[in-house]
Design a binder for this molecule. Structure first.
Ligand SMILES: Cc1ncc(COP(=O)(O)O)c(C=O)c1O
Length: 433
């Protein structure tokens, strides 16, 4: 079949591609990208350079086509590209496991393929670990507005909405506590937090296998931020009720929230942590679930029933591990990049804040967000975001608002000029609305 794409690249959907998270009946076709370098992506038709304002779905950590990571992958590809991880270990996985264990203080790493699988694995480990210890804990608790991925288990944990309602009958039940989102000058934050903790505490009176949360920031739910104090209280309540806390750091890990991992800002120690996205610097798909040694020990037995029967073909793929080790090198060599990002956002947001329909400005680390309160529908399906996205692409910035929530989540390598330009473009668009 002749590709429609070759004749009119930015007008027609490719006939062989089913794009993710997209209704092609009412979206613009994909734009072909020829290459990317640092914070910039280059498109073919029209020939344009765009600042990648959202790190290509939150994965690109140090910038596109980073030479150091690319070389590490190249070298690894010529050394060992893949090996069955049930029977063999390789140096990149060994080194990465030691480094991440050291950084998180969780001893055991289970490798998988992406953020959803890292969450699935955490949930399955948590659930089975109680059974292995002879306890029955069937309840799972998540938060309103959560998003943990698109595979069935991860989807069940997420907020039930238009994105998953077709599968409602197939998903297991999950109890929910409120998520006390906050923003600059929010006067009610303590009341909201108190209410959420009371509800969580009440839910936890029923035997609960695990509570899962996105520490500090719910991403897909609308860049909804909470205070570290709240995460700390959740941790204490979960501990007091003898359940397990899963920190889904798929988005928040690797400096995104201004500390290496978001849970560290709350000064807590989760029982399980799921990571992906920035793990390989955004170069290759890989997920990891980190678990406390105590949890791992519950799986050691002569009884086959106590084994964790889970694995993926590409478990601990050497190329992914090489990329992750290289990405960690870059993070460790230059932590100031993520430690000092917050103040840059606040500087530019001062001007945006003066626009009357801009509400709920919030920043955590490298991520800044605010709501646009115009139009009648709230949330992801509000069309204002689409309009702003199209206008900003025309002006040289790629962003992908979540409905009426505009956010920037740039790669760490973005220059001050590029960040200034990004905010200038957003300001111009908002001023003309
Ligand atoms: C917090 C969180 N968990 C899990 C996922 C799922 O990750 P993936 O898309 O790699 O399956 C995402 C993706 O956005 C996420 O933000």
């Amino acid at each position: 079949m002749k590709s429609q794409f070759s004749t009119n690249a930015n007008q027609v959907w490719h006939p062989n591609i089913w794009p993710p998270f997209t209704q092609i009946a009412n979206s613009n076709p994909q734009i072909e990208v020829t290459h990317g370098k640092n914070a910039l992506i280059y498109t073919k038709n029209p020939k344009k350079e765009l600042i990648d304002g959202i790190s290509s779905w939150w994965v690109t950590l140090h910038g596109h086509s980073n030479d150091y990571i690319a070389n590490a992958i190249f070298h690894q590809a010529k050394t060992l590209e893949q090996i069955i991880f049930a029977d063999f270990l390789h140096p990149q996985a060994r080194i990465l496991s030691e480094r991440l264990s050291n950084l998180t203080k969780l001893e055991r790493l289970f490798f998988s393929d992406n953020g959803s699988t890292a969450v699935e694995v955490a949930l399955k480990i948590a659930y089975q670990s109680w059974q292995n210890q002879g306890e029955t804990k069937n309840q799972i608790i998540a938060f309103d507005g959560a998003y943990h991925g698109d595979t069935f288990g991860a989807m069940a944990l997420g907020e039930r909405n238009i994105f998953n309602e077709n599968f409602d009958n197939l998903m297991f039940p999950v109890k929910r506590a409120p998520w006390p989102s906050t923003w600059v000058n929010d006067e009610n934050v303590e009341i909201k937090e108190k209410k959420a903790i009371t509800i969580l505490n009440h839910l936890l009176k029923k035997p609960t296998a695990a509570v899962i949360l996105e520490p500090l920031l719910q991403g897909a739910g609308g860049m909804n931020m909470v205070r570290p104090e709240f995460i700390k209280k959740v941790y204490e309540v979960v501990k007091n009720n003898n359940s397990l806390l899963i920190a889904d750091e798929v988005l928040t890990g690797f400096g995104r929230c201004g500390s290496l991992f978001a849970f560290q800002k709350a000064n807590i120690m989760p029982d399980l942590i799921s990571i992906s996205k920035g793990l390989t610097g955004g170069f290759l798909p890989m997920g990891i679930t980190l678990a406390k040694e105590k949890i791992f020990q519950a799986f050691i037995s002569d009884s086959p029933k106590k084994t964790f029967w889970h694995g993926h073909s590409f478990t601990a793929n050497p190329l992914g591990c090489a990329a992750a080790n290289a990405s960690l090198d870059l993070l460790e060599n230059d932590p100031i990049k993520y430690l000092s990002f917050e103040e840059k956002h606040f500087f530019y947001l001062k001007k945006i804040n003066k626009i009357p329909f801009v509400k709920k400005i919030r920043v955590t680390g490298t991520i800044a967000a605010f709501d646009i309160e115009i139009g009648n529908s709230k949330g992801y399906l509000n069309n204002i975001g689409k309009k702003i996205k199209d206008l900003s692409i025309k002006k040289g910035l790629f962003i992908r608002p979540l409905g009426n929530v505009i956010y920037l989540l740039p790669p760490l390598c973005i220059t001050d000029n590029q960040l200034e330009k990004s905010y200038k473009i957003i300001f111009e668009i908002l001023s003309d609305l």
